[in-house]
Ligand binder design. Sequence first.
Ligand code: NAP
Ligand code: ZN
Length: 360
Amino acid sequence: MEVTPNHTQTVAGWAAMNESGKVEPFVFKRRENGVDDVTIKVQYCGMCHTDLHFIQNDWGITMYPLVPGHEITGVVTKVGSNVSGFRVGDRVGVGCIAASCLYCDHCRRSEENYCDKVTLTYNGVFWDGSVTYGGYSRMLVAHKRFLVRVPDTLPLDAAAPLLCAGITVYSPMKHHGMLRSPGGSLGVVGLGGLGHVAVKFAKAFGLRVTVISTSPAKEKEAKERLGADHFVVSTDQKQMQAMERSLDYVIDTVSAKHSLGPILELLKVNGKLVLVAAPDQPVELPSFPLIFGKRTVSGSMTGGMKETQEMLDLCGKHNITCDIELVSTDGINEALARLARNDVRYRFVIDIAGDSNSKL
Ligand code: NAP
Ligand code: ZN
């Protein structure tokens, strides 16, 4: 990629220094704004469970200091001379990807997320050898290819989680034809950041939605606020058995180790389960519910850039935003602790620029 290797700009952010599960103020350098780059004043950054996995080194791949954050919205402050689509003042978003090769078959099809040279927005190794730092920071330099527009109708805070949670569920829903199956039935396992957006997309496209949750307290909101048709408590065997062979599709967003067996039983014959969650331990995949129902299990990782823009435009059209709890930069550690104990409705978003009256 034709971007400058000169890391000359000083930026204030928040970083995890070790596996303690906390972040602290951290000053670091970003590259100068190259000809293909756009500089953004970060306004908001969503707190994805992936941030927590990385902060705690759940997957054993964290490079400290780690500046997390890949659900970033903000305003353009600088554009390089090769950039035509963006202007100073534009409302933009950055998701999970900082760079890819731009030339392989996947990149040509705008499946940059599946490029084998993909560099993630944080904890990635950039082409010049530097480690990428994410959106828990006041300013970001992005290559123009990895930047999207936030429609004017969407608020920058409640739109921020669409950059990861939104595209991560939208992409497999589109790929597996769910968005063209009005009347079809979808089960959403785990009603957190990803799960609650999946419910909203599914309802916007006319699917019948069953939430499968460990939290009975979420039932009322799931139905009344998010529009879910059914709610099943996954630890209640009777409720689970009553739902067997009833669903066309399932999206699994459970961040902790679990068995896919009882979930697969909920699928009709030939039903499809998409695993987007990334627990630190392998999930259990018993063969009987697979073979007796000719069922399919697949995975999916975020989405490509064209698809991300398409998803945001659809959200603008259907007025889909995330249900968020706004967090001040002083409240990040408290929010991380609450995220770890599954106490969030349904996404924390950090008010990086401090423009709003954050509650935490
Ligand atoms: P989240 O907001 O914490 O939601 C996860 C949900 O899983 C919780 O709300 C909870 O739902 C359920 N859950 C949590 N602990 C559980 C346990 N011990 N047993 C059963 N259920 C449990 O997380 P998120 O941000 O949506 O992310 C979910 C997962 O997707 C994470 O592993 C994350 O790393 C991964 N992810 C993957 C991609 C990708 O590209 N594939 C992108 C983003 C995130 P209930 O209370 O309803 O049970
Ligand atoms: Zn994420």
